[in-house]
Design a protein. Structure first.
Length: 95
């Protein structure tokens, strides 16, 4: 039970780190997630952290996506309506 709570906590922290756009924080969150045995591809209500990074307006978005891919995030993972991180990144013209 404590193990599951640790996984969920590390998965939430990854989301927060990606939303912050802080690369060091994202790296630390990925390391904590792996140490806790969490799932890099866990989806929240609608999408996974890689979707959030791919459509982020943060200037560090490309680097965040790279860190997530390096950590085995699935670039073909569809979100709630089936869009992939690649499709979201292609439509993100803020960068």
């Amino acid at each position: 039970m404590a193990e599951e709570a640790g996984k969920r906590r590390s998965e939430r922290e990854l989301w927060r780190a990606v939303e912050s756009g802080e690369l060091v924080r994202v790296e630390e969150a990925i390391a904590a997630l792996k140490a806790a045995g969490g799932n890099i591809n866990v989806t929240g209500r609608y999408f996974a952290a890689i979707h959030c990074a791919a459509q982020s307006k943060q200037p560090t978005a490309p680097e965040m996506v790279g860190l997530l891919l390096k950590a085995d995030a699935d670039p073909n993972l569809g979100h709630a309506i089936g869009r992939t991180p690649l499709a979201l990144a292609a439509n993100n013209t803020s960068r």
